[in-house]
Design a protein around this ligand. Structure first.
Ligand code: DX5
Ligand code: ZN
Length: 216
């Protein structure tokens, strides 16, 4: 069964308590929390203090997606704020192997995200250190962007790498996920669907989450 990870980037930030309550009642599995620094990506969102406050509102898995330069600087801080999965970008981490093992050592699941221009083959030498591979299906920075079709090909390759290596990391897709591409993504091998705009612009987010959850 696929995991559904609503991205709070598209939620109403003046009503985070209600948003957390809605997600707690929903079939959503993870909270996807997008941290942006205005350097790695051209946008700035929120950091540890907001995540620590949200942590008090939910017991669900917190999937923290760091779109920041040198993410290794803040591993313990995000763990202390309540992250369960901590994802760093391949393009932002010079010593990626060290960073991923440090995330696991800190007691979290390790995630690596790749931008649309980054080939999945570049993960071969760190893949044993990875619990979640996040395939970006938009250029990171903003919600509500158009899904990049080449993503399917990357997911297929990643599935092959996973079975060849006998590993069981999760494949997550992030960006432009909606009703029309979600089923095909799951059929291609995705385990975790991140969706921001599709869920939070829906008049009935609970139903929209259920719709995604019931696809497979
Ligand atoms: C984009 C973020 C995504 C974003 C997805 O940089 O990493 O998590 O919120 O939003 P949608 O589903 O609206 O493309
Ligand atoms: Zn994200």
């Amino acid at each position: 069964m696929a995991l559904i990870a609503p991205s709070l980037l598209s939620a109403d930030f003046t009503r985070l308590t209600e948003v957390a309550d809605m997600l707690n009642q929903s079939e959503a599995d993870w909270f996807h929390l997008d941290v942006m620094d205005g350097l790695f990506v051209p946008n700035i969102t929120f950091g540890m203090p907001v995540i620590a406050q949200l942590r008090k509102l939910s017991k669900k898995t917190f999937d923290v997606h760091l779109m920041i330069v040198q993410p290794e600087r803040y591993i313990d801080e995000f763990r202390n704020a309540g992250a369960d999965v901590l994802t760093v970008h391949y393009e932002a981490s010079t010593h990626l192997h060290r960073t991923l093992s440090a995330i696991r050592k800190a007691g979290m699941k390790s995630g690596v995200a790749i931008n649309p221009h980054t080939p999945v083959d570049l993960l071969q030498d760190v893949i044993a250190e990875v619990d979640v591979v996040c395939v970006m299906s938009v250029n990171p920075g903003f919600g509500g962007q158009k899904f990049i079709e080449n993503t399917y090909r990357k997911i297929e390759k990643l599935c092959a790498i996973r079975s060849d290596a006998g590993l069981n990391f999760l494949i997550e897709v992030d960006g432009g996920v909606h009703a029309k591409n979600a089923l095909k993504l799951l059929q291609t091998g995705v385990d975790v669907l991140v969706a921001g705009n599709f869920i939070f612009s829906s008049p009935e987010p609970l139903k929209t989450i259920l719709e995604l959850k019931r696809l497979i």
